[in-house]
Design a protein around this ligand. Structure first.
Ligand code: GDG
Length: 461
């Protein structure tokens, strides 16, 4: 197998506490069995960009990182990536900010990534670029003579054409994707949306096998849903630490039924709508008051971006209002926690929860849904309530699927989940577990790299 060069915005070592993003979790698992190198931003700021590379080896994974200037971080990371593309690709054009400075910074940083990483790429390497921060990187690498096979995987949804067209530079952005040899999406839905754009805006031809031809160059398009390291996560859920955390949760629940939510504090995760659905459930089912509670773990993220400060304030006040309305001296309906927990503790908490609420308004995949399933006790599994708008809903069809915008649907789903008989819980869990076991993170990685390995990059004149 060819050596793999993985490039993503951040390079982050496996395990440990804190809010480790899904991308980091998935790539570190994938890199564990590859012998390549992982390149990205260190997360550090430097006065003037030097292009100096910091090489390290973390748990058998070679990493190479660079520092960025304050202006780069502002315009590229906090700007174009997280103020423009993230909201737009999650259908929130109301939150998307279109500033020329952001777009310029984005292009500049992509060029900096390219010029720094090019000397590290050897002739037969497969280059795998990850996510929305680095869409134009393939084009920048080609401009510097890189004729390797280069693939791109998008971890977030691809938006419908009409939404994407609100971005002033949408054509240029999408055209830069044609420099890749393989483009992977999380879902059929995203793949379809991309095909629609490519056909309508570029007259690209796409054959039955998913090969798109544009301007004499071919790109393979695939839906390749990301998974988790299922076996490893199952192990985490029965580890000593997890068992301890499980017992303590059960003790502190004091006979009450626990439900759980675990999300980065992000407006795309539908936390506000979830709380409102739960509030509806408490009003509609007064006999359940005092018998259930929701543990919501929500480590803050992207705190420099205003829309994140706003969603945080909204959730502070909403959780406070609901707790004020329903609590009594012995019971609080929502335990709202703004910090992260180490993985094994998290796994123990998933296992202690009878119901998981995974209700994003839009999500590329959502790994929490898969982790929750993997952590369950097979003789007494919990119930997953899952948004239809999470990529995971294409695979986990045995979850209770809901429209997260509807408080009634969320409320009804909670009632159904709490009342679900053991036999049905086991049957649904088994079906979901089969999927998660087969289509794990290694399956995802192999599907992508096999496809990349099988393509040949024909040098464009
Ligand atoms: C993006 C896409 C896609 C969360 N809190 C804690 C903690 N986490 C971990 C979870 C999970 C990960 O963070 C979150 O992954 P998600 O997939 O749910 O969401 P994003 O961060 O938005 O990830 C998403 C993903 O990329 C991969 O392609 O699925 O759609 O948006 O692994 O467990 N981990 C620990 N403590 C916490 O408190 N240890």
């Amino acid at each position: 197998m060819s050596r793999l060069v993985i490039i993503s915005n951040r390079v982050s070592a496996p395990s440990g506490g804190g809010a480790q993003g899904g991308l980091a979790v998935a790539l570190s698992a994938a890199l564990r069995e590859s012998n390549g190198i992982w390149f990205g931003w260190s997360g550090e700021e430097i006065e003037t960009f030097t292009g100096n590379i910091n090489f390290q080896r973390n748990q058998g994974v070679a990493t190479a990182t660079i520092d960025l200037e304050a202006q780069d971080i502002d315009e590229y990371y906090n700007g174009f990536a997280n103020r423009t593309l993230w909201p737009l690709f999650h259908y929130r054009i109301d939150l998307a900010e279109y500033e020329r400075g952001f777009a310029g910074g984005y292009e500049r940083v992509n060029a900096r990534f390219a010029e720094t990483v090019v000397p590290l790429i050897e002739e037969e390497d497969l280059v795998w670029v990850n996510d929305y921060h680095l869409i134009p990187l393939g084009r920048e690498l080609r401009a510097r003579g890189c004729e390797n096979r280069i693939g791109f995987f998008l971890h977030i949804p691809w938006p419908p054409t009409r939404l994407l067209m609100s971005l002033p530079s949408h054509r240029e952005l999408v055209e830069s994707l044609f420099a890749y040899d393989v483009i992977g999406f999380q879902t059929e839905d995203s793949l379809d949306a991309f095909r629609g754009y490519a056909r309508s805006q570029f007259d690209a031809e796409i054959d039955e096998a998913g090969v798109m031809t544009y301007d004499g160059h071919s790109v393979r398009l695939i839906a390749d849903p990301i998974g988790i390291d299922t076996a490893d996560f199952r192990g985490s859920a029965t580890s000593e630490t997890a068992r301890e955390r499980f017992s303590r949760m059960r003790e502190s629940a004091d006979g009450r039924t626990m439900m759980i939510g675990v999300d980065r504090l992000d407006y795309s995760k539908g936390l506000q709508e979830r709380f409102l659905g739960y509030e509806r459930f408490l009003s509609a089912n007064p006999e359940q008051q005092g018998k259930v509670f929701l543990l919501q773990i929500a480590p803050p993220s992207r705190g420099e971006v205003q829309s994140y400060q706003e969603i945080r304030a909204t959730l502070d006040s909403l959780s406070g209002r609901i707790n004020g309305e329903f609590s009594n001296v012995e019971w609080v309906p929502i335990r709202y926690v703004n910090k992260g927990y180490p993985r094994e503790q998290l796994a123990g908490m998933y296992r202690a929860a009878r119901v998981a609420l995974v209700t994003p308004l839009r999500d590329g995949m959502n790994l929490v849904a898969k982790e929750y399933v993997a952590a369950q006790d097979e003789s007494d599994p919990g119930v997953l309530i899952l948004s239809r708008f999470a990529g995971a809903a294409e695979q986990l069809t045995d979850a209770i699927l809901v429209n997260p915008h509807s408080p009634e649907e969320v409320s009804d789903a909670i009632a159904t989940a709490l009342a679900m008989p053991l036999a049905e819980r086991v049957a649904r869990w088994r079906a979901m577990m089969d999927n998660i076991e087969q289509q794990d993170v290694f399956w995802w990685r192999r599907r992508f790299t096999d496809m990349l390995e099988a393509t040949s990059h024909e040098a464009t004149a």
